[in-house]
Design a protein around this ligand. Sequence first.
Ligand code: ADP
Ligand code: MG
Length: 494
Amino acid sequence: MDAVTTETLYEPVIGLEVHCQLLTESKTFSPDSAVFGASPNENVDPVSLGLPGTLPVLNSRVVEFAVRLGLATNCQITERSILARKHYFYPDLPKGYQISQFESPICTAGYLDIGAARRIRITRIHIEEDAGKSLHDQDPTSTLLDYNRCGVPLLEIVSEPDIRSGAEANLYMQKVRQLVRYLKISDGNMEEGSLRCDANVSVRPEGTPVLGTKTEIKNMNSFRHVERAIDYEVRRQTALLKRGIPVTHETRLWDDASGETRSMRSKEEAHDYRYFPDPDLPPILVTEAAKAAIMAGMPRLPAARHRYYVQAFQLPEYDAGVLTEERPVADYFEQAVDVLTSSESNASLPVQAKMLSNFVMGDVLRTCKEDGIEIANFPIQPLRLAQLAHLRIESTVSSSGAQLLFEAMLSDDRAPWVIAKERNLIQVSDRGALEPIVDRVLDEHPKQVKIYLDGKQSIVGFFIGQVMRRFDGSPDPKLVRTLLIEGINSRNHE
Ligand code: ADP
Ligand code: MG
């Protein structure tokens, strides 16, 4: 083989450590409020500050939330897991150590699918408390410290190095966010820092099984930053290796303005932290019974719903993706399907589901977005949406009639057929009622009839308009067209 002309291809290898802030009312080890948005240093009880003589007491909700996420990501749940002290000095960590888990995390060996054929293994999920916040940009001469966040519960989700690009990392983060929101254990709000990520990045010659030296890009809180930072880092490391320069094992920071990562410090090792089991905290026990109780309270997860929508409802992948993206939307849609399928309609399940999917993806979500309302508070609830869909499926209202009806229903909470009747939106599909008007229109326009018979069939639109205008109500346009063509043709034979 000619070594000069064969260029080595490098494969990116990425593992993510995602920190997710939990939606508990109180902190991990104290009754202090864990709710975001308090003014600085409002929630700083003696335990949060690590004052001497205080003792931590574990919040059981934190354990429950960790187990929920572990079950949702196919993890093994550790029956007896240990809380450990991780020591380091930093001004935002008044205790001098963070309580975390080291040797026996609460969840291990799971996975998360990010596509039909892309499975990212999860090494572990562990419980830890957050540190405070240093504010460097409030004052040019000093750093301010806000300890509200000290002790707020986090789950750290550590992946195996199975991710292969910035785009995949982005997708994985989105799946994690979707899951924690479905499970209602976190708001997944990235701007507020409820979801943050450290990306471990290395490259290796394609086909080699060994891992290259990695760098760790710290603390990113936007999907876009994660993707850009990783892609930059892959290019940087590849360029180094191509020039024969080894990658340095270090921690780096992403600077979105310059579009670069830069070195922050050399990487610390686990032994630097002097981990040891926290003597103030007993082991966390998760019995089979406790696990079963948590399992019983789990919602159906987005991946399962997506599969069900495609298989049972025969919805397109696209629809299934939009409808399952957020749990409240999926719940709304499914409630509407339940109502519609138990109504007396002869339409098949796929027809009913598609009709509802179109209403939800189109009118409902559009209006929610325009008016800035949550679907749970939407003025048209699933029952009435299903009634509207029923009217449309039975052709009781036309498609344009359904639009008008939907608009009317936003500010009128009566049953849709009552509103439709009042507004003359019920489609008239009765030949007997339409025929006299069709005949009259054709009689009054012999010239146009001749034009049609001479071959210009598009003029039928003119007749349809005339009939619609004269009719008090909403004739079914398809039926009007049929009657007009029948009428013209019979005149031809006269
Ligand atoms: P550290 O001890 O440096 O924190 P860990 O083994 O705990 O490293 O792994 C931390 C994260 O880094 C995990 O998500 C893991 O998948 C990922 N990782 C480990 N080695 C590599 C590597 N060579 N390249 C990319 N990611 C890696
Ligand atoms: Mg680590």
